[in-house]
Design a binder for this molecule. Structure first.
Ligand code: TMP
Length: 217
């Protein structure tokens, strides 16, 4: 991909973000059904991952291991997976006129590697620029939940991965960073209270999607 290539204006790039246990999978499925009901052609994908190579990088990243993973290694692997995902999946779909619904994107790098690990935001911005050029999400739905509530849900899912093994302060920093970014970019972010019953979370998602669709028409 030529990173200077512009994203086609009619195809929208929507990302779904949040900490652990916010209900991303269930709500990704709900958003997909909403897009289908509105006859919007789309693909659903995820990060890290979304292509065979990027899924292999994901497996390397999430696997618990005895060897400490250096901050830069984690950061570069995230962006390596992202570069592949953009080239092979995201840009081709947008070029075909399909919307892209992505479970996590670079906001997660700011939140986890920036907020959680403490990596300088300017360093992340450099890689963002290198890998993405002008490609940025048009709308980011942030599923927000108090950290303890999210972790309790996530830990019901069984064996924790390398990220899920982090301490409470790590996830507090992740959440703070997401909320900070949302306050800095209110035109792109929509915050959804994911601690509410599912029916309320989904009616909030549907409202944001409807508003977005109307404003982008
Ligand atoms: P998931 O299980 O929520 O799909 O994501 C796997 C883990 O990867 C999750 O704990 C968050 C983490 N992650 C980062 O640390 N940085 C990133 O840029 C992305 C996309 C995910």
């Amino acid at each position: 991909m030529n990173i200077n290539e512009m994203k086609p204006e009619s195809a929208m790039f929507i990302t779904v973000e949040g900490g652990e246990g916010v209900g991303k999978s269930t709500n990704m499925a709900f958003i997909g059904e909403w897009l289908e009901r509105h006859n919007i052609p789309y693909i659903a994908t995820r990060e890290p991952g979304g292509t065979p190579l990027a899924e292999e990088i994901r497996a390397l990243l999430v696997k618990p291991r005895a060897e400490p993973v250096a901050e830069n290694t984690e950061l570069l692997l995230m962006f390596a997976a992202r570069a592949q995902h953009i080239a092979e999946v995201i840009m081709p779909a947008l070029r075909r006129g399909q919307w892209v619904l992505c479970d996590r994107f670079t906001d997660a790098t700011y939140a986890y590697q920036g907020g959680g690990r403490g990596i300088d935001r300017a360093k992340i911005a450099q890689l963002e620029n290198l890998v993405q050029g002008a490609l940025h999400p048009d709308m980011t739905l942030l599923l927000d939940i108090p950290v303890k509530q999210g972790l309790a849900r996530a830990r019901e899912r069984g064996e924790p991965d390398r990220f899920e093994r982090e301490e409470l302060f790590f996830f507090n920093a992740v959440r703070d960073c997401y909320l900070q970014r949302a306050s800095e970019e209110p035109h792109r972010y929509r915050i959804v209270d994911a601690s509410l019953p599912l029916v309320d979370v989904q009616s909030s998602l549907a409202m944001h999607l409807k508003q977005f669709l109307e404003s982008s028409a």
